[in-house]
Ligand binder design. Structure first.
Ligand SMILES: CC(C)(COP(=O)(O)OP(=O)(O)OC[C@H]1O[C@@H](n2cnc3c(N)ncnc32)[C@H](O)[C@@H]1OP(=O)(O)O)[C@@H](O)C(=O)NCCC(=O)NCCS
Length: 184
């Protein structure tokens, strides 16, 4: 199965992307999210500065096999402000300021262990402009943890609380070295 990665925008036809995202998060430990929850989330995050969405499609059939998206972290955003509070001012300055948030990554169950997630994340990190990227992942997501550890991410906070009713999340970080810049 060969695949190709291309950008998507929330204003385009996102139904097949949302279908792949839903399939990817269908099994435990992921909590249930409806298709309309995902569509609403994508429409909202699509308005954030620096939004980038990427989909991997089967080159033969056009089927969406995987998706990822993220945006630039800025004060005032819900996720960014909670992570800043947990990190404290110094780590916020060092790690969170001038960073990208990888918000979602999913590969459909039928297409796993073929390097699709690795290719999607590599492309996302290359396209975004910041020297580091952060993400949060449910602390009990052992598959996600194995993937991120295998692909250069490190945990900077374990079992963070986003508030009452939320499961614990680990915060992970990936440095990004953009070619053509001396400090990155
Ligand atoms: C995590 C996920 C995105 C990985 O997608 P994938 O396309 O199968 O991953 P890749 O094929 O690119 O894997 C790259 C490497 O990560 C590691 N890895 C990936 N899945 C793994 C697993 N289930 N167990 C152990 N290691 C794993 C391996 O080292 C793998 O290399 P290898 O296959 O040569 O051994 C996919 O399992 C998924 O969509 N899970 C549900 C959603 C989710 O948890 N998303 C991440 C948190 S937001």
């Amino acid at each position: 199965m060969s695949f190709a990665i291309a950008p998507f925008t929330p204003a385009g036809d996102v139904k097949p992307i949302i279908a792949a995202w839903k399939d990817a998060f269908s099994d435990p430990p992921h909590s249930y999210r409806s298709t309309s929850d995902l569509a609403d989330q994508l429409a909202w995050h699509g308005t954030f500065p620096g939004f980038i969405g990427l989909a991997a499609r089967d080159e033969a059939t056009g089927t969406v096999l995987g998706m990822t998206y993220g945006f630039s972290n800025h004060p005032g955003q819900w996720w960014r402000d909670r992570v800043a509070e947990a990190l404290g001012p110094q780590q916020t300055r060092e790690l969170l300021d001038d960073s990208f948030c990888l918000m979602e990554l999913g590969v459909i169950r039928a297409a796993r262990r073929r390097g699709i997630a690795q290719a999607l994340v590599a492309e996302l990190l290359a396209r975004q402009p910041h020297p580091r990227a952060l993400l949060s992942m449910q602390s009990d997501n052992l598959t996600g943890l194995a993937f991120y550890r295998a692909t250069g991410w490190r945990t900077i906070l374990e079992k963070m609380s986003f508030g009452v009713g939320f499961l614990p999340y680990d915060i992970m970080l990936h440095e990004v070295y953009h070619s053509g810049t001396s400090s990155r």
